[in-house]
Design a protein around this ligand. Structure first.
Ligand SMILES: Cc1ncc(COP(=O)(O)O)c(C=O)c1O
Length: 428
């Protein structure tokens, strides 16, 4: 079927291939999506790790409609506020592992990363240590795509081709507290903060090594370096606790969040700040924080977030993730034996099915073909860093659906393995 031309430039996409071949989705309910032709698909990734309460939740649509009809939104610059925004700040601060936190709202994760990065530098400036400018990040990390996030990116391809980015970013090895220690010693007194995801997500789903976070925390304290947990994926239940920081015993100075705060029904992000960061701005002499977005503290976004948190609580969805963690791990574990698979990593209700390194190096397009084969069999997933399949379904999924998911992924891998046997490398 030929398709009408598109003027929609898709993010993170090769438009030379996609224009004329868009997959147009039409409706959704729970863990299921339907395209325009009526084909049904399992949402194996909760879209981009956000649709935690599942699709089609009338409670969220009703909360948005009710708030829009009462007061859509109004600027929060200066002294204006609305009730849902105040309530949301109260609620997320109470859930987070930071004492007496306050919340700065944004429109998504990248804005929140930008805010946190500016804030830590501004903080040190305000307390008389302006030489603390460096931000340490991990190799393989993903921190969004604003210029700060791009600069912090530990995925080299995501930072390539943009010329000079924000200076003062230092990368350390992904899972090595020793490398962090070395870097902190090297730059002692000049480091503003260490930014890290409790579990690396878009970089390939890497749960931390056993004692990693305890050691990181001690190092940051010893060097008086602020610890920023980027919980855009791990926040709001994905790893079986409200925040990944709780699972790993992290007590961050700032928490960055987005996605799951509204399950994606409205674009909202946040930065939660502990007392130390607040001090110069809320009680001290730092003056105005000249930073904020038109939609920082959007009334309708906050109303949707509150309704989403109500659903997560009333349906015990964080506990459900904990229950499903073992189910997901055991159903996907059978894939580890597949000839195309190198490793399966799981934590909470997320996983990466990583293909074998030798297969990937000989046949770099293989992950896209597995994604396509899964699509043809009714499962929507995507490739992570060109190496692994992303698995992160909505929390409302169940054990039978996870078993079916593993079966379909197995069949998709089989189909690609067979095709590889029958097709010479040059024609794949
Ligand atoms: C850890 C992390 N930080 C930041 C972001 C950026 O969030 P957004 O895409 O909402 O701007 C993402 C997005 O996936 C993320 O995974």
């Amino acid at each position: 079927m030929t398709q009408a031309p598109t003027r929609f430039w898709h993010p993170f996409s090769d438009m030379a291939k996609i224009a004329g071949h868009e997959i147009i989705l039409d409706r959704a309910e729970g863990v299921w999506l339907w395209d325009r032709a009526g084909h049904r698909y399992y949402d194996a990734t909760a879209s981009l790790w956000y649709c935690n309460v599942g699709h089609g939740r009338s409670e969220l649509a009703e909360a948005a409609a009710k708030q829009m009809l009462r007061l859509d939104s109004y600027s929060s610059f200066g002294s204006y506020a609305t009730e849902p925004v105040r309530e949301l700040a109260e609620r997320v601060c109470a859930l987070a592992p930071i004492n007496e936190a306050v919340a700065f709202f944004t429109t998504g994760g990248s804005d929140a990363v930008d805010t946190a990065a500016k804030l830590v530098r501004r903080y040190w400036n305000a307390v008389g240590q302006p030489e603390r400018q460096l931000i340490l990040v991990r190799e393989g990390a993903y921190h969004g795509m604003n210029t700060y996030g791009t600069s912090l990116a530990g995925i080299p391809a995501n930072a390539a081709g943009y010329g000079d980015l924000v200076p003062g970013v230092v990368r350390v090895a992904r899972d090595s507290a020793a490398d962090l220690a070395r870097s902190l010693d090297e730059h002692d007194g000049r480091v503003a903060a260490f930014f890290a995801e409790p579990v690396i997500g878009a970089g390939g789903v890497y749960p931390p090594a056993e004692s990693y976070w305890t050691e990181v925390q001690e190092l940051c304290r010893a060097h008086d370096v602020l610890l920023v947990a980027d919980e855009v994926i791990t926040g709001f239940g994905r790893v079986g606790s409200w925040f990944g920081s709780q699972r790993y015993g992290i007590e961050p100075d700032l928490i960055v969040g987005a996605k799951g705060i509204t399950s994606g029904y409205f674009p909202v992000g946040m930065v939660l700040c502990g007392r130390r960061i607040q001090e110069p701005f809320w009680r001290g002499t730092a003056g105005v924080l000249r930073h904020g977005y038109t939609y920082s503290g959007h009334a309708t976004g906050a109303a949707v977030a509150l309704a989403n948190l109500d659903l997560i609580e009333s349906e015990n969805l964080v506990e459900r993730v904990r229950e499903l963690e073992g189910v997901l791990a055991s159903t996907l574990s059978v894939l580890s034996d597949h000839t195309l698979v190198g490793e399966v990593r799981t934590v909470g209700l997320t996983a990466a099915v990583e293909l074998e390194a030798s297969v990937l190096s000989e046949d770099p397009g293989v992950i896209d073909r597995v994604v396509q084969a899964a699509h043809e069999r009714g499962v929507l997933t995507r490739g992570l860093v060109g190496r692994a399949l992303q698995i992160s379904p909505p929390f409302v999924t169940n054990a039978d659906e996870l078993a079916d998911l593993a079966t379909v992924l197995g069949q998709s891998l089989d189909a690609v393995a067979e095709q590889r046997l029958s097709t010479p490398v040059a024609h794949r």
